[in-house]
Design a protein around this ligand. Sequence first.
Ligand code: SF4
Length: 464
Amino acid sequence: MTLTLIGHNRKFAVEQAVLNYFPKRDGGSAVVRLSESGRLASAMIEYNGKTARGRAWTQPGSSPDNALRFAFYRAAKQIVTPPPWGALTGVRPVKKALEIRGGGHNVAAELSRRYDVSPARAKMAADCAESAASLRERLKPGDFALYIGIPFCPTRCAYCSFVSSAVQKERRLTREYLDTLREEIELAGETVRELGLRLRSIYWGGGTPAILEPDGLSLLLCKLREVFALDGLWEHTFEAGRPDAVTAEKLQAAREGGVTRISVNPQALHQNVLDAIGRKHTPEQFFEAFELARKAGFSNINTDLIAGLPGDSRFLDSLENILALCPENITVHTLAKKRGSRVAQENMQVGSAPAVAEMLDGANGLLQNAGYNPYYLYRQKFTEGGFENTGWSKPGYECLYNLCMMEELCTVLSLGAGGVTKWVGGSRIERLFHCKYPLEYIQRRDIMKDNLSAFAELYRRPNR
Ligand code: SF4
């Protein structure tokens, strides 16, 4: 779609809106104008032989971005099916819901009234805002979460653009990587002790943390116990990841090391789909891994599914099979065609926006009927239809790390390659980026040390 901006230079705001309503950007043109006074935004879209116009007023004292997006949305919805999130752009709809809640308004009603959000999505955002608000009340200054990154995977999934190293290629680095990580855990423990912070949540992500052998995992867990005070810890999640990497010995090591929540992620439960996305496991391996996790004593298990995967016409069937296992958490993702992924590069045939809408609507109904509530959600770029990823949980099993991370409720200190430490000081957020690749991480201990010093400095600043 060709864009012409008149009277302003707010390209980013308008492009976000274009991406939301015309994700393929396949032809057409739009003129988006801001009046000389800066108060009135208008848009004219020509697409597939249709012409539509929309207007919106800038709110006093606020930037014209919202008005520009709204004007674009009002024109776009005359041409394409209005997306479920209406005129709401951005990846964190719950932030907006929290703002509305803070103003003492009815969140769902206001999201629908102000942004044309569908009643079902408005209710989900309102539920998530409640979960975030209740955790925010529990958190005290100095509480923080710890993220540990294991950026290795057995093979690369077709939809992945994450910096994970296929283990066949990088296996030689695993031992050194673990040594470096132990060193970083040690240094992080010292820093945290000096600052007097309280560790509330630990989350192991990846990659595929279950790629670690039991002895390597035990050594890391042991180091965590040695250097951090874990008596105030509320949860400890190990995102095992691929079912084919899970074994009874690894689960045992995780349990003995203090892990309380585990994630085993099939993404789909039909072989044709697993084959299409390059995951070298079977649906049966997922069921076996889930059973092993229960046998190992895990009473809080999450499983991830993705709606819209190539060749997946039985998404709800996968979900029903998972519901039959009664996991405490189910996370429903929507496929994003990320640049750099095989799905995007090979232009693989994925679920269309209407098909994904049907999958998500069906999933939401099934999950609610089975007693799950949405507790966190976010949207990603490059999802057709602007859909969301939603974490559902049985009451009382919400993953606090996911809430902290997504709603920026407390500082998250990241260790390992590819991580981003997010320091939260009230409304101020600072990010510290770690080395992206395992080799760089191993070789650049200086960056690791600099990051921890910068982290400490953020807490020491007088005006923080
Ligand atoms: S398991 Fe996750 S990180 Fe690993 S390749 Fe697949 S999507 Fe990427």
